[in-house]
Design a protein around this ligand. Structure first.
Ligand SMILES: Nc1ncnc2c1ncn2[C@@H]1O[C@H](COP(=O)(O)OP(=O)(O)OP(=O)(O)O)[C@@H](O)[C@H]1O
Length: 814
């Protein structure tokens, strides 16, 4: 018990630009766990879940942090279900969360399992396979990057930053080594990638190789700094959301796929409902309503900060009104669907009240050109002023007529104008005789200014200003408080009916209708989701390639509980291996966000992670060799995958010496084949190393399944059939593909010859490229030289003869 008491969990957390990164140390097994950066809302729901799951005793955070984090930590004790839980909060200066500091602390951390003689470079390379750095040098590279582009929050490595502060705290408190000599550091015995239960581990590389997201710079020069647009990606084709926060929520679903069957079934039932043709009317009505939804909290904030524009009131009115309509529509849909029931019950009558309140206050028809007009009977003072304004024009014509009677007969016309803040002025045309300023003076009138050949005077006779006052200003002054006060009132009202809940439900509806539309258009099917360790896909397709390619050949996939879980796929180049791997990855991913999948039928056992080793990232920017990146990705897959993960490996080992690469690949596959049945992940390996199978480098196992992609040879031409079948590919057909790619036939022919000789172990003869004519000329030259040699001569020097006459240029002649 005492031991239990002394166990500590220390969590270090950083929230920046909507990204939450954290890591924690568990003294029970001296392990360091890190969670890859994940997007979290301002309410920090994700962090709350993490706290509930790991119950840290100490929470370390930065002194410089966003406001929401401060208030979250303050409320921690009150909000949580367990009121006794009060973790200690430690704040460190932001510099402790610096990337370079983190790197240095990691390098000097006490890692007992590493040999003492290990160099810093080797240590970094090792650490990069333990904790996702993206690359060991990435840390320093990123810190430079951040200094240059401080304002660009696109690359976030908050989990790495958090490691620095965590290690500092461990060191200070000497967790677990309190009684040891000060030279003994706090040991870290293992690193683990941490994922919340129910959330799937998918790293940045997987998102990019599977083309789940693909941002492209916006082609417009003006948007160069701000805009990145979505290229051809899964998110791009599924995102048909009508409102902005629908798209935002969909992105979050993509970033946080889940294994929670309740959540997924809730999404599936809505998608299925809208996918049915008889519900297409409901779909289009709801979608047109969704178009009117604006971001109310932002709108209200804007309205209370600055002077409200009519357009703000209009958006607010439209949003609330449309939300009421959505609720009414949802009430007519089957209440057996959970989301419809939530909308029907969750959108209270307060919404209708707000809508009617706005329409009672603001006169939208009269508020033309952004001028805010309030309806009659809202405010008695305004009503009175309005009445006076209405009669003003007749009154002023009358005044002008009276003034004209008093003026010089040469002036034939005049009018009274009103200029806000200056007041009422008499405006007369300028006569040709009026040249100098003195000529402008008229008795009984104060000259103000000359503009566009008209003279403007204030009339002492009528004193309109004192009579009427500055009506427009008055009306403004009376309106302003109303304009400011009402949004405040609405704001408090809207918080009471938890407007955020209404918006969340609307966003969810938007996402699901978008996914349903995509499902209908592309012919997807609703997968059966289970927690079993099996995946079966019948006639699956690649959701992006099928849109670009005129003909797409569907292929099935089956990975059962105990058989054929490790699939090795061989096939000629360009036969479709990579596409097949990605297709399986994408189908599983789509199931994990609740979407329908491109297949005829599918049963997906929900996986806890998708690990990929596919085409490498550009190595220049990350400062690592291509092969090192490959190894890092492979290490993550080998170390972190469980019996419930999906591992996709494409052409691993080709970045180094063939034999070494082949051995590493064979060793990695064997590692999985030798595991206990429950620990073997679903593995798909595509390789061009045919000798892996021809030389029998893999142990025989029931888990192993060998597949290939079908091709046919028609004459000299290779035809790709893209059909998956059991078996091994015997030839790479590299020559046929090289011919297809346009290499010269003579070159390809020589390649085939050499390859054949190499395979059969025969010597490869060098080809003499000199022409026959040239050779004959050389021979003639040598023969003539020998014929002219007289061996009987006493002074004959054979050495000199050979060197200087037969081989004058160092043997080149022969
Ligand atoms: N099922 C399919 N139906 C139609 N076309 C396909 C299919 N699979 C692949 N293709 C086409 O074949 C091309 C090559 O596919 P892929 O990149 O998967 O080949 P590969 O076997 O991995 O090649 P390599 O070994 O050279 O990497 C794709 O770009 C696509 O146009």
């Amino acid at each position: 018990e005492e031991e239990e008491d002394s166990l500590l969990v220390l969590l270090s957390v950083l929230y920046q630009h909507g990204q939450l990164g954290l890591c924690f140390y568990d003294s029970k097994d001296s392990s360091l766990h890190y969670m890859l950066d994940a997007s979290d809302s301002q309410e920090l729901h994700l962090l709350d879940k993490v706290l509930q799951e790991i119950h840290p005793h100490v929470i370390i955070t930065s002194a410089k942090q966003e406001h929401c984090m401060t208030s979250f930590l303050q409320q921690l004790g009150e909000l949580r279900s367990n009121p006794d839980y009060k973790p200690e909060i430690v704040t460190y200066p932001y510099v402790d969360f610096d990337l370079n500091v983190s790197k240095q602390r990691l390098l000097s951390a006490h890692l007992p399992f590493l040999p003492a003689s290990i160099s810093e470079r080797e240590k970094l390379a090792y650490l990069s396979s333990c904790i996702s750095f993206d690359s060991p040098l990435m840390v320093s590279w990123l810190s430079k990057y951040f200094q240059i582009h401080k304002s660009r929050p696109c690359v976030t490595v908050n989990h790495l930053r958090a490691v620095g502060a965590l290690l500092k705290c461990l060191d200070r408190r000497r967790v677990g080594v309190e009684l040891e000599d000060s030279s003994v550091g706090v040991p870290i015995l293992q690193f683990h990638a941490y994922t919340l239960k129910g959330i799937i581990c998918i790293d940045h590389d997987t998102y990019s190789v599977l083309q789940i997201f693909k941002s492209e710079l916006h082609p417009s020069v003006y948007k160069l700094h701000s805009g990145e647009k979505e290229g051809l990606s899964l998110y791009g084709i599924l995102n048909r959301c009508r409102c902005k926060f629908g798209s935002k929520l969909l992105r979050q679903w993509f970033l946080r796929p889940t294994r929670d069957l309740t959540v997924l079934h809730r999404r599936q039932e809505v998608i299925r409902f809208f996918a049915s043709p008889q519900n297409s009317d409901a779909l289009s009505t709801l979608q047109s309503l969704l178009r009117n939804i604006s971001n109310i909290p932002m709108l209200l904030r804007r309205m209370s900060l600055s002077r409200t524009k009519v357009s703000n009131w209009q958006s607010l009115y439209k949003t609330v009104y449309s939300a009421v309509c959505i609720r009414d529509k949802a009430r007519h849909l089957p209440q057996s669907v959970q989301l419809f029931r939530d909308i029907s019950e969750g959108f209270s009558d307060d919404l209708s009240y707000i809508a009617s309140l706005i329409s009672r206050i603001v006169d939208f028809e009269a508020s033309i050109a952004e001028r805010f007009t309030i309806r009659d009977n809202v405010h008695p003072a305004i009503d009175e002023k309005k009445r006076r304004m209405m009669g003003l024009s007749d009154f002023l014509t009358d005044v002008a007529r009276r003034e004209l009677e008093q003026l010089d007969a040469r002036i034939t016309s005049c009018c009274v104008i009103y200029i806000p803040l200056i007041g009422f002025l008499l405006s007369l045309p300028r006569l040709p005789s009026m040249v100098e300023k003195e000529d402008f003076e008229i008795q009984g009138l104060d000259f103000m200014f000359l503009s566009e050949d008209r003279l403007h005077y204030r009339s002492q006779r009528t004193e309109l200003d004192s009579l009427l006052g500055d009506l427009h200003c008055d009306i403004r002054v009376t309106i302003l408080p109303i304009n400011c006060v009402y949004p405040q009132a609405l704001k408090s009202l809207s918080t009471t009916i938890t407007i955020s809940k209404v918006l969340d439900l609307i966003a969810e509806l938007d996402c699901l209708m978008a996914m349903s539309m995509a499902s209908q258009e592309y012919g997807y099917t609703s997968p059966k989701l289970t927690h079993e360790r099996r995946i079966t896909v019948t006639r699956g397709r690649h959701p992006l390639l099928e849109l670009c390619s005129p003909v797409f050949v569907p292929n099935s996939f089956q990975s059962l509980d105990s058989q054929g879980r490790v699939k090795v796929i061989t096939g000629p180049n360009s036969s479709g291996k990579s596409i097949y791997l990605k297709q399986v990855g994408l189908i599983v991913f789509m199931a994990l966000i609740g979407s329908d999948v491109p297949a005829k039928e599918a049963e997906i056992g929900l996986v806890d992670g998708i690990y990929t080793r596919m085409q490498s990232r550009e190595s220049v920017s990350v400062g690592l060799s291509t092969f090192m990146i490959d190894l890092n990705q492979m290490a993550q897959a080998l170390n972190n995958s469980t019996g419930n993960s999906l591992v996709l490996i494409d052409e691993f080992g080709k970045g180094t010496n063939t034999v070494d690469g082949l051995s590493l690949l064979a060793a990695s596959i064997s590692h999985w084949l030798k595991k206990a049945a429950v620990d073997v992940p679903h593995v798909l390996v595509a390789t061009n190393f045919h000798s892996l199978l021809q030389l029998g480098l893999l142990p025989s196992s029931g888990f192993l399944s060998l597949l290939t992609l079908e091709t046919a040879v028609d004459g000299d031409e290779l035809v790709f059939l893209y059909q998956l079948k059991e078996g091994i590919c015997q030839s790479s057909y590299a020559a046929n593909i090289a011919t297809l790619a346009g290499l010269a036939p003579s070159l390809v022919q020589r390649g085939v010859e050499v390859s054949e000789l190499y395979r059969t172990g025969k010597p490869i003869k060098q080809i003499d490229t000199a022409s026959t004519d040239k050779q004959a000329k050389r021979c003639r030259f040598v023969v003539e030289k020998f014929l002219s040699l007289h061996l009987d001569d006493a002074d004959v020097d054979l050495q000199r003869f050979m060197k200087e006459e037969v081989l004058p240029s160092g043997g080149e002649l022969l």
